[in-house]
Write a protein that binds this ligand. Structure first.
Ligand SMILES: [Zn+2]
Length: 255
């Protein structure tokens, strides 16, 4: 049976998401920004929380863990490299490990850069990837603990997922990201079309995710730093992709 998801907004601009396996009843929260919002989503779906899969240690992804763990006795899975900074961890995982939610299976992909130990969860059979604050729709996370080169490598790993993979990220930043992306690629028609689509979604109060890797590859400048036209647009023709990526990221920081 295919996986089911429940996406919801919480805190100021975070996304929370539940992943449900209808065959076994298992339900995972991907990160736990705030316990009340996760509990509300559980109430609305009637699902029972069995697992929390943590992408990274930031408080706006982990603050709800303790209360949810106390209430549901759920298993908390976290990246090995930063488990010490995450509450109530039961199981640590690293690159290549498999995590199961009921019968649903995820590959762990290490995606450092935003934080040093950030991981993403790829449910290959269900064509779903939960990427935390590494990749956003038309954007990427700030490079806080890692280097731009490390972040570029992480983004390329996500870019290599099948085109029809649905991406769930940690924040609703899409419109602001598009505004910046259009300064890097003013002639990108697919990006212009995405802006129209995203504006309509926001006006209707709908989320702008999930998005597919295939669409992001056409529209997200942070996944396109190895293209000659993108390099030229930021005055970096002939430079290595990691340096072009660093320049695009630096421009976004000042935007
Ligand atoms: Zn973060």
């Amino acid at each position: 049976m295919p996986a089911q998801t429940r996406l919801f907004r919480c805190l100021s601009d975070n996304f929370g998401v539940l992943l449900h396996d209808p065959a076994t009843g298992a339900t995972a929260a991907i990160d736990a920004p705030e316990a009340a919002a996760v509990e509300q989503a559980l109430k609305e779906t009637g699902w029972k929380l069995t697992d929390i899969l943590v992408t990274h240690h930031h408080a706006d992804h982990t603050d709800g863990i303790r209360a949810l763990k106390d209430r549901y006795k759920c298993r908390v899975v976290a990246p090995a490299a930063e488990a010490a900074k995450i509450p109530a961890v039961d199981e640590v995982v690293k690159e290549g490990d498999t995590v199961k939610v009921g019968n649903l299976a995820a590959n762990v992909i290490e995606t450092p850069g935003h934080t040093a130990g950030h991981i993403s969860y790829w449910f290959h059979a269900d064509k779903l990837a939960f990427v935390g604050d590494t990749l956003f729709s038309i954007g990427c996370g700030r490079v806080i603990e890692g280097t731009p080169a490390q972040m570029w490598t992480s983004l390329k790993k996500l870019r290599d997922l099948p085109d029809d993979t649905q991406i769930y990220c940690g924040h609703e930043y899409t419109l602001a990201n598009i505004k910046f992306a259009r300064t890097v690629e003013p002639d990108n028609k697919a990006l212009a079309a995405r802006e129209t689509e995203a504006k309509a979604q926001i006006e209707k109060g709908e989320p702008t995710i999930p998005v597919t890797i295939g669409a992001e590859k056409e529209e997200n400048p942070f996944l396109r730093a190895d293209r000659a036209d993108v390099a030229a647009n930021v005055g970096m023709s002939g430079k290595p992709a990691a340096e072009v990526f660093a320049e695009v990221r630096a421009r976004k920081n000042k935007f």
